[in-house]
Design a protein around this ligand. Structure first.
Ligand code: FES
Length: 454
């Protein structure tokens, strides 16, 4: 199940870490956030090396629909209400600036990655109230937003919020080009971080600054990110023979879909659910892709599936990413995680903020993204829901399992794994680690494979 981005991109392989190293900064994770951070650190005169467990771009960067946008579902009206206007402005301006910075960087380096400015829309088939409020909030923060009652989609909408001058690109072509300017060691898994020292199987890296940019931080304490985030899966089918749309779309209704044209293909996304909360193990499995294809037949009759893939996203309690100092107890550790569904734009925001913090520069926009920001009522409610999932997952850990090969308890903290019939994997409902049928680790925060039955 390879994404459309993997089909036509080869990223040059890099050697593993040759031995112990001492550098000003080390970045864990060679996805978009890690590579961008190391690049901007280098631009700021700070040498940074990147450690990658597998290959550059082998994590979630390859699974995106690659929208670069400040339109992050319904967010601005809520941000103004919850955090106040100044903080909401910081969120909006950081994301708008990220789009502009991609454009500038791509032009400066001459990177051929299909970057194009295009509008982004949130649509609803049922109501306009939330969309009208969002339009007003976005406008008040300086975003080029308008409320529309018509759009290109092949079905009627009640309304849509249009953000002008958003963008799309080919994430792996961009990553492959930028990674050429960065010092990366592949096949070098970070096993442990003790103070300023990162242990890998290939040696130690000692650094004044340590950046965790590998999707979900694998350190439990301090930071407690496992208690402050959960993960979601979502699904994409790439359709041939479907209509092309200039805009990029996201439905806000319960069954809303994501649309984004990419060359001759239409990328249709949907079916989000908490990782580990799978539908019943129906005969034949494949239920989420099946549902998406059913919607495709309805909306784009005559289209055919060309590709399918899935994504895994870290969701925070208040819906905002955690970018900044990892913990008050480790002021020289930094983190970029909890990007929700907006990894492309947020990767750039992270790189800019972390470079400023490490370089000792003022960054007023950092406050709204800080992992130490104040705890909202929404976050408290989500914490209770998240806690209940964890308790349930832990309580089930002694049940027998149908898998004869592996012990179905998550090596992270012991929750009972659930079979995912769509992808033939075993997924953890507590914090979202995933394993293949043989128990090999696919996604963290777990660090090791499942134990095998004797
Ligand atoms: Fe934490 Fe499984 S991911 S217990």
């Amino acid at each position: 199940m390879e994404s459309v981005w993997m089909e036509d991109t080869k990223i040059r392989t890099r050697e593993p870490l040759p031995g112990d190293l001492e550098v000003p900064a080390v970045v864990i994770g060679a996805g978009l956030a890690g590579i961008l951070t190391a690049y901007y650190l280098k631009q700021a005169g700070i040498r940074a090396v990147v450690l990658e467990t597998d290959r550059i771009g082998s994590g979630q960067t390859k699974n995106t629909t690659a929208k670069i946008t400040s339109q992050h579902n319904l967010i601005y009206a809520r941000l103004i209400r919850t955090f106040g206007r100044r903080m909401a402005e910081h969120y909006a301006s950081a994301n708008e600036a990220a789009i502009g910075e991609y454009e500038r960087l791509i032009a400066e380096k001459g990177i051929r990655c299909d970057f194009a400015r295009r509008p982004a829309y949130l649509y609803s088939r049922t109501g306009t109230g939330l969309l009208a409020r969002e339009t007003e909030a976005a406008q008040s923060l300086g975003i080029q937003a308008s409320f529309e009652t018509e759009c290109e989609l092949p079905f009627p909408v009640a309304g849509a919020v249009r953000f002008g001058r958003q963008a799309s690109f080919h994430p792996l072509k961009f990553l492959a080009a930028l990674a050429e300017e960065v010092e990366v060691y592949e096949q070098t898994k970070a096993l442990k971080v003790e103070g300023r020292r990162v242990e890998t199987a290939r040696g130690w890296v000692t650094a004044e600054h340590v950046v965790f940019a590998a999707h979900f931080p694998f350190i439990n304490v301090p930071g407690y990110y496992f208690a402050r985030m959960y993960q979601e899966r979502s699904y994409v089918v790439a359709l041939e023979g479907a209509e092309r749309f200039e805009g990029m779309y996201l439905g806000i209704d319960r069954d809303g879909l994501s649309f984004r044209t990419c060359g001759d293909l239409l990328l249709l996304g949907g079916g989000s659910h908490r990782t580990g909360r799978n539908k019943g193990d129906r005969a034949g499995g494949g239920c989420r892709y099946g549902e998406l294809l059913g919607r495709a037949r309805e909306i784009c009759p005559g289209s055919r599936e060309a590709l399918r893939w899935s994504a895994q996203d870290c969701m925070t309690l208040d819906g905002l990413p955690y970018i900044g100092r990892f913990s008050r107890r480790r002021p020289f550790w930094y983190v970029a995680t909890g990007f929700g569904k907006w990894g492309m734009t947020t990767a750039m925001v992270s790189a800019r903020i972390l470079t400023a913090l490490i370089g000792g520069r003022e960054c007023p926009e950092a406050d709204i993204f800080s992992p130490q920001r104040h705890f909202t009522a929404q976050a408290a409610k989500e914490l209770a829901v998240h806690g209940a999932h964890t308790v349930k997952g832990l309580a089930k850990h002694l049940l027998p399992s149908g898998n004869r090969a592996i012990v179905p308890n998550c090596p992270h903290m012991g929750c009972r794994l659930e079979r995912n019939p769509d992808e033939e994997s075993y997924d953890c409902p507590c914090h979202g680690s995933r394993f293949d049928r043989e128990g090999h680790l696919m996604d963290g925060p777990a660090q090791t494979d499942c134990r095998r039955k004797k």
